[in-house]
Design a protein around this ligand. Structure first.
Ligand code: ZN
Length: 243
């Protein structure tokens, strides 16, 4: 059985705002950081491009970060698209289903992601799994909740006879506080990289550059990102006005 290294971390990295902030958080704390991304037939190559751009640039921001960033792993989980249609994997309009969940919900997605990441971490001897899930501003996905994530951590540890730690640095932050965290970790340069290079829009739209980044401006992901960014900027402006 491999010994898990407590100074090593594996970040579940999608190329979005949340996982890019988590990547900076990990680079700030751990000696060695690897990333894992999942190809599950999501509608847009744009996410994969965002991942590559963030990985290339983020190492220039924090002192010593370039020496800490290890390999990136991309794993095929297209089985999720075979299980059933959702607005993330098929061309359909984003809407709220009868269950009250948006049809961007892919049942079991985060459970599967954490399980596969746990299997990879086992092979790599990595103790920490880092996921940018969030209970505060989330889209209603039950497998992003704290209890769900902790349950998966327990299942991994029992099923692999290990002591993994699943870290969720954004769990209790709203989207504006996630921007604050980025600024604390990497200053304006990191905020700028997240605006410019990460991708959140469900429609994969990168035609228009807005203050908060690229996106259609209409879908639920754009709406969350815009509102969070505006609250973050307003708070900064108010703090400057007081000094
Ligand atoms: Zn959008």
């Amino acid at each position: 059985m491999p010994e898990l290294n407590p100074r090593h971390a594996l970040v579940l990295f999608s190329g979005g705002q949340d996982s890019a902030t988590c990547l900076a958080w990990a680079l700030d704390r751990f000696e060695h950081v690897e990333t894992v991304g999942f190809d599950y037939g999501q509608r847009h190559e744009v996410e994969m491009t965002a991942r590559r751009n963030v990985l290339r640039e983020i190492v220039t921001i924090g002192g010593g970060w370039s020496g800490r960033l290890g390999p990136d792993h991309v794993l095929d989980l297209r089985v999720l698209g075979q299980v059933g249609e959702t607005a993330l994997t098929h061309d359909m309009t984003i809407a709220v289903a009868e269950s009250g969940l948006p049809n961007t919900f892919v049942p079991g997605r985060n459970i599967l992601f954490l399980t596969v990441a746990g299997a990879l971490a086992y092979r790599r001897g990595t103790k920490h799994l880092i996921a940018g899930v969030c209970e505060t501003d989330f889209s209603g996905y039950p497998d992003c909740r704290d209890d769900s994530v902790k349950a998966v951590q327990v299942a991994l540890n029992l099923g692999m006879d290990q002591r993994f730690a699943v870290d969720t640095p954004l769990m209790w932050l709203d989207k504006s506080e996630t921007w604050d965290l980025a600024e604390t970790l990497g200053g304006k340069a990191l905020v700028e990289l997240i605006v410019e290079a990460t991708h959140s829009c469900y429609l994969g739209d990168r035609r228009a550059r807005r203050d908060w980044g690229y996106g259609c401006g209409q879908c639920p992901a754009c709406e969350l990102r815009r509102a969070g960014y505006e609250r973050y900027r307003a708070r900064r402006a108010a703090a400057r006005a007081r000094t």
